[in-house]
Design a protein around this ligand. Structure first.
Ligand SMILES: [Mn+2]
Length: 239
């Protein structure tokens, strides 16, 4: 009955497979993914369907799934490829932003799926949760893709906007709660200023950042066991 959290996967289905082998989860364990299963890497839909086949996986929403949803909905309802002419202006803007963020592999894999599989993938994305509150190993955790943007101790979690939870980059040196650790992804730990172990799980002031840059050469996919604090890593992305 352990609880694991996996960082930003970004289409690295091989690293995901390897990490799951290392964790060796039991059917009674729970595995959260912290968001950003798709984009950038070679097989976003491969990673997504692997997780969809695991009933003990609970996926949280990342900013990449948020960007993808309207465009994938369009593709699903229209043709097998994206034809910008049929899109309204809002959707064109969404597509442009998403394309700048590594959408290509997601779009091509999604477009090549049969309609039934597309519907299943979209359903899975639409049902992703914004956050999860977990108790494990006698400690309390808040799992959320980016963190608590616009944090104030008085704000109930339900009050945060989607943007604040999946896009904004919090100050990891700020402790939000005295007795709740925040587990998040979104910022590869290679990019955290002053981090002495870039590419490994970063802990500071009750914040645990588990995006270890799986989509970059030299980065890796990481997971943490909330019960024990044990860290798991895939091998490095060979680029
Ligand atoms: Mn990410």
């Amino acid at each position: 009955m352990s609880t694991y959290v996996i960082g930003d996967i970004h289409g690295q289905d091989d690293l995901l497979e390897e990490l799951l082998m290392k964790i060796g989860p039991a059917g009674t364990d729970t595995i959260y993914t912290i968001g950003d299963i798709i984009d950038r890497g070679p097989h976003p839909m491969g990673a997504l369907f692997k997780l969809m086949e695991m009933p003990n996986v609970i996926p949280l929403l990342g900013n990449h799934e948020l960007m993808a949803e309207p465009v994938l909905t369009f593709i699903s309802e229209q043709a097998a490829s994206v034809s910008a002419q049929q899109m309204d202006r809002d959707l064109k803007v969404s597509l442009a932003v998403w394309m700048r963020n590594g959408a290509q592999t997601t779009i091509s894999e999604f477009a090549s799926l049969p309609p039934r599989r597309r519907a299943l993938a979209l359903d899975y994305i639409r049902n992703m949760r914004l956050f999860a509150q977990v108790s494990a190993g006698g400690r309390q955790y808040l799992l959320v893709h980016a963190g608590l943007g616009g944090f104030s101790p008085e704000r109930p979690l339900e009050d945060y906007t989607v943007h604040e939870l999946v896009w904004e980059r919090p100050d990891y040196d700020r402790r939000c709660f005295p007795d709740v650790s925040i587990v998040c992804g979104h910022t590869p730990t290679q990019l955290i200023e002053g981090n002495l172990s870039p590419g490994f799980i970063y802990r500071s002031s009750g914040n645990i950042v588990i995006d270890c840059g799986a989509c970059f050469a030299g980065g890796r996919l990481a997971a943490i066991c909330l019960d024990t604090g044990e860290e798991f890593y895939s091998s490095e992305n060979q680029g």
